[in-house]
Write a protein of this length. Sequence first.
Length: 272
Amino acid sequence: ILAVSSSGCIRSKTWSPYDMIMISLSSSRIILHSWNILDFLMTIFCEPSYFEENVIVVIKTVYMFLNFSSLWFGASLSVFYCIKVASFTQSFFIWLKQRIARLVPWMLLTSSLCSFATAIPFTWDDYGVNNNFTAPLPMTNSSAMGTTRKDSWTLLFYLCNASTALPLILAVVSSVLLIQSLWVHTRQMQNNASGFRDPSLEAHMKAIKSVCSFLILYLIYFTSLLVLFFNVFSYLSNGESVCVVVMAACPTGHTMVLIWSNPKFQELPARI
């Protein structure tokens, strides 16, 4: 996807809104998978230095930033599909449809800033809190400092958790609206079609299936991320491993859906 979208932009010397979203989404997922591989190799070959405070905090913060970026860019793709394809007659929706090309760069920039802001609280995770109390301190001061740091971390934690729900809400709402619009249009075409093998009708059914598949994969990915986010399973446990595998598989499934549903990517094997 990254190769096809980038080559299209280079040939045409223009950046279409769709290509900008696809380049951002595919790049974030490539970097995320590469970071996962680096994390895995460090746990094997650099285990002593891996669990040092600064190293593990940086790894965890970058990992969450890449995850949130993938969520936000996926939500941006859902919003873009909804605005471009859905046929609503509300004035605000028509206003968005006319200006979506100019809004996409700002959407991607906002997504990156939100992902960065959401990942910042992980730099104050429990690793730093626990190591701050290794020195002998008076019991009262230690308890007060611990309570203050814990309260600060709890506030940041819930703010971060609230911000992760925003891309989910955008993805779900835009996908539901798009499915509703496509379904109504499909029913109208079925009533007017002379035969079941109408190419336009099949294209609409294919679009509905792809949007539903993307929504299901997005929800599974978000659920697995929340499980890791809340530390439901202990580190390196079987449950955490399953969540990591699911989070690696869902973007791959979404990629296959994009390739299957978009003629632009289906033409690539023929060109090769």
